[in-house]
Design a protein around this ligand. Structure first.
Ligand SMILES: Nc1ncnc2c1ncn2[C@@H]1O[C@H](COP(=O)(O)OP(=O)(O)OP(=O)(O)O)[C@@H](O)[C@H]1O
Length: 249
C-alpha cells in the first residue's frame, strides 16, 4: 500500500529582479516587469510505500524543502496532487511548530495536543520525549533561550512521539551534535523497522545509506532519477564536484 502518492506537482515562485527600493522605483518608472516567474517544482511525481524510508536528494536550490512544504500542507502546489495516507509529523524547519515564549515542557504538551494526542497519551509520552531530547535541565526554560541544537532535539523528539504514520525530516539534524545525530539515525532505523514511513532530506549522505531504502534525485525542480538508495547516491556522488572531505557521522 502507498503511504504517499505525488502526481505532477508544479510550484512557481515570483522572484523580484531587484529587491532594493531604488530598483523598485526604477522598474516602476520604466514600467518593467519587476518579477520573474521561477519554477521551484516541475511535474514532480513519485510514490512512497507504507513502511518505506525514502530520501530526497539534490543540490542546494533543487526544490527539496519546497517539496517538503507541499507534502506537509504548508504551501499549496500550483498544479498536481498529493495524497498522504496516514497521520503526518513534519519536521521541516528548525524551531517550526515551537512557540518561542513557551517552555520546552509547555511546547511538548501543546504540540502533542495539536497532533491529536489525548491528555492521558500526553502524560504517557511526556517523560519519553524529555528523556530522548536530553533537555531535562532546560525543560522549564522558554524555547527562545534554546540554542539551535536544543530546538532540533526538542522538535525531533516530539515528532517521533506523536504517533504519526508518516514522518518528514528535512535537514533539521544538521545542527545537532555528533552523538545526538547518531541517536536520531538509530531511532529513524527503529521507526522504519516498526513500519513507519520516513521521508528524509539531508546533505549528510552517509547515514542515508543505512536509513533509507529508496531515493529520488531532484535537479532544478525536476525528478531526474528514482531508484535504490545506493544506486542514486552512487550516481549523485560521482556527479558532485569533489570538495574537501568532511567527516560525517
Ligand atoms: N517563498 C519563496 N519565494 C521565492 N522563491 C523561493 C521561495 N522558497 C523557495 N524558493 C526558491 O525555490 C528554489 C528551491 O528552494 P528550496 O529551498 O526548495 O531548495 P532546496 O533543495 O531545499 O535547497 P537547500 O538544499 O539549499 O536547502 C530556490 O531557488 C529558492 O530560492
Amino acid at each position: 500500500m502507498e503511504a504517499i502518492v505525488v502526481e505532477n506537482l508544479t510550484k512557481h515562485f515570483r522572484k523580484a529582479y531587484d529587491k532594493t527600493l531604488k530598483g523598485y522605483f526604477i522598474s516602476l518608472a520604466k514600467r518593467e516587469n519587476r518579477y520573474e516567474e521561477f519554477v521551484a517544482l516541475h511535474n514532480v511525481s513519485f510514490s512512497v510505500k507504507k513502511g518505506e524510508s525514502y530520501a530526497i536528494i539534490g543540490k542546494n536550490g533543487a526544490g527539496k524543502s519546497t517539496l517538503f512544504k507541499v507534502l506537509s500542507g504548508i504551501i499549496a502546489p500550483d498544479q498536481g496532487h498529493v495524497q498522504m495516507n496516514g497521520k503526518v509529523a513534519p519536521l521541516i524547519e528548525l524551531g517550526a511548530g515551537l512557540s518561542r515564549d513557551l517552555t520546552g515542557a509547555e511546547n511538548i504538551r501543546l504540540n502533542c495536543a495539536i497532533f491529536g494526542l489525548s491528555r492521558a497519551r500526553i502524560r504517557e509520552v511526556y517523560d519519553s520525549i524529555v528523556e530522548f531530547s536530553e533537555l531535562e535541565d532546560f525543560i522549564n526554560t522558554p524555547v527562545k533561550f534554546y540554542s539551535s541544537g536544543m530546538k532540533s532535539r526538542l522538535g525531533f523528539s516530539i515528532a517521533i512521539h506523536v504517533d504519526a504514520e508518516i514522518i518528514l525530516i528535512d535537514e533539521v539534524l544538521a545542527v545537532g551534535d555528533k552523538d545526538f545525530k547518531k541517536k536520531c539515525y538509530a531511532k529513524m532505523e527503529e521507526l522504519r523497522n516498526e513500519g513507519k514511513t520516513l521521508v528524509v532530506v539531508s546533505h549528510s549522505l552517509k547515514p542515508l545509506r543505512t536509513i533509507c531504502d529508496r531515493a529520488l534525485l531532484l535537479e532544478k525542480g525536476e525528478v531526474t532519477d528514482i531508484g535504490s538508495i545506493d544506486e542514486i547516491l552512487d550516481k549523485y556522488e560521482q556527479e558532485k564536484p569533489k570538495k574537501k572531505k568532511k567527516k560525517e557521522v
